[in-house]
Design a protein around this ligand. Structure first.
Ligand code: 13P
Length: 246
């Protein structure tokens, strides 16, 4: 049985005040029935971690590839581990677009996260034009194959895969549960073709305009193992409602 993974990606939102408010009203120090991870902007990681219980894990939205050295502005995965983080998002489509991160760099970041003993969530997804052209799965499988080629298929089991169709991110336009379910099943088939055990254990979560209203229907899809939530994770009540929908 795969445990639901519900992740909050705050992107470049937040403040110390928000961190305090969120921790106070979201975390009651009880098991939430799902694995919960919050990804604040990295400067708030320590504050959030200091205010939350063991039931809320924290992570960062990106890391550098190097383990240390003269790389101004970068942080290493081992540093995230040092301060108590457990998860790292790699390959979010906003970084692929804004920072021009390609599949090879994303795979190297995935490897760096695994090497530090942390869990990566790798984001994959197609644009609307690619979906309309019938290329959605080809795009997603190319993104995943870059990771598998560099790190091996068993590395996938150490983290999670987030299917985030670009046209659904921040648009209010969610993939239908069937669209999400189909893509997740195709991803699982791809992995199963290489390793059946990894395919049955790896969590494939969905991201793109997840909210308390649509979360239950998405989670009802057998292949949807959780969510990577953007906008609706910024307020504790709506994020808590999404967790409760598992
Ligand atoms: P929204 O939930 O705001 O659409 O963002 C999704 C996302 O990009 C999570 O990583």
């Amino acid at each position: 049985m795969r445990r639901y993974l519900i992740a909050a990606n705050w992107k470049m939102h937040g403040s110390l005040e928000m961190v305090h408010k969120f921790a106070e009203s979201f975390d009651q120090g009880v098991d939430l029935g799902a694995e919960v991870v919050v990804f604040p902007p990295v400067v708030y990681l320590g504050a959030l971690q200091g205010l939350t219980s063991k039931y809320v894990q924290v992570g960062v939205q990106d890391v550098g590839v190097a383990s240390a050295g003269a790389h101004t502005g970068e942080i290493a995965a081992s540093m995230v581990k040092d301060v108590g983080g457990s998860w790292v998002i790699v390959g979010h489509s906003e970084r692929r677009a804004d920072q021009l991160e390609g599949d090879d760099l994303v795979a190297q970041k995935f490897a760096a996260v695994i090497a530090a003993g942390l869990s990566p969530i790798v984001c994959v997804g197609e644009t609307l034009a690619q979906r309309k052209a019938g290329d959605a799965f080809a795009v997603v499988s190319k993104q995943l194959k870059a990771i598998i080629d560099l790190c091996g298929v068993s590395a996938l089991a150490k983290g999670a895969i987030a299917y985030e169709p670009l046209w659904a991110i921040g648009t209010g336009l969610t993939a239908t549960p069937e669209q999400a379910g189909q893509m997740h099943a195709s991803i699982r088939d791809l992995v199963a073709g290489l390793d059946q055990d990894v395919a049955s254990s790896v969590r494939i979560i969905y991201g793109g305009s997840v909210n308390p209203e649509n979360a239950g229907l998405l989670f009802a899809q057998e292949e949807v193992d959780g969510a990577l939530v953007g906008g609706a994770s910024l307020q504790a009540p709506s994020f808590a409602a999404i967790v409760a929908a598992t």
